[in-house]
Design a protein around this ligand. Structure first.
Ligand SMILES: [Fe+2]
Ligand SMILES: [Fe+2]
Length: 227
């Protein structure tokens, strides 16, 4: 048993394990490693801010599930899947379902406006990768899927780096909505490394070389379905 999930209804957990998690099996950068990271962050925040644990768990579990329908609108596709899921109506009233849908819809880091509710702030902050190795893995994969027109490592890297740097806010830090102390600490440590352009480039290049050699790059391009 995972302590972090204490307070989440067991039947709800089983339903999600059997029906939602398998939908992530053909995703690479949005696969279960990512989803479990988001769940862990989200449950930490739910504990800290005394949120509804069932709602926090559902939001984290469903937030990227719409990805194979459309990348650009995946947050809205995920929201639709959540709202249309009849099983969830056994656990939540309409108001709670609407709140969860809005939270999922507002999770993206590229979004400039503050999420409409606090659960949205929490899932958006939980979705950040304040770990340079994880970010390198996920971003290179996404770039390969999303920008097949780019050919070289340098082209992909410049695009990836610029994309993440757009998330620096007016205070010169990678944006967090909640400013939760645990996440702020992680963010500050990450930021020190990431803003060293040459160091970050070196880490990304190592990841690029690794996946070129071991066949992962081919699999990302030909097999995985996240964009
Ligand atoms: Fe997402
Ligand atoms: Fe995500």
């Amino acid at each position: 048993m995972d302590d972090k999930l204490d307070g989440v209804d067991l039947n709800l957990r089983n339903y999600i394990k059997e029906n939602i998690f398998p939908k992530y099996s053909k995703y690479y950068s949005h696969g279960m490693i990512h989803i479990n990271n988001v769940i862990n962050n989200m449950m930490m925040l739910a504990d800290y801010y005394k949120l509804d644990k069932n709602m926090a768990y559902v939001i984290a579990s469903y937030h990227d599930v719409g990805l194979n329908i459309s990348r650009d609108n995946h947050e809205f596709e995920s929201g639709k899947i959540l709202v249309n899921d009849k099983e969830l109506k056994k656990y939540f009233n309409n108001e709670e379902i609407l709140l969860m849908k809005e939270a999922v819809e507002d999770h993206r880091g590229s979004r400039k406006e503050r999420p409409r509710n606090f659960y949205g702030e929490c899932v958006s902050d939980s979705d950040r990768d304040f770990d340079i190795d994880i970010l390198a893995k996920r971003q290179i994969a996404t770039s390969l899927k999303n920008s097949p027109d780019l050919n070289s490592f340098d082209e992909h890297f410049i695009r990836c780096y610029a994309y993440i740097c757009k998330r620096i806010n007016g205070n010169g830090v990678f944006n967090l909505w909640t400013n939760n102390p645990t996440l702020v600490k992680k963010r500050d440590e990450f930021q020190k490394e990431y803003l060293n352009f040459e160091y970050t480039k070196f880490i990304y290049k190592e990841e690029w070389n690794r996946i070129s050699k071991d066949g992962t790059m081919k699999k990302i391009i030909n097999y995985y379905e996240d964009y």
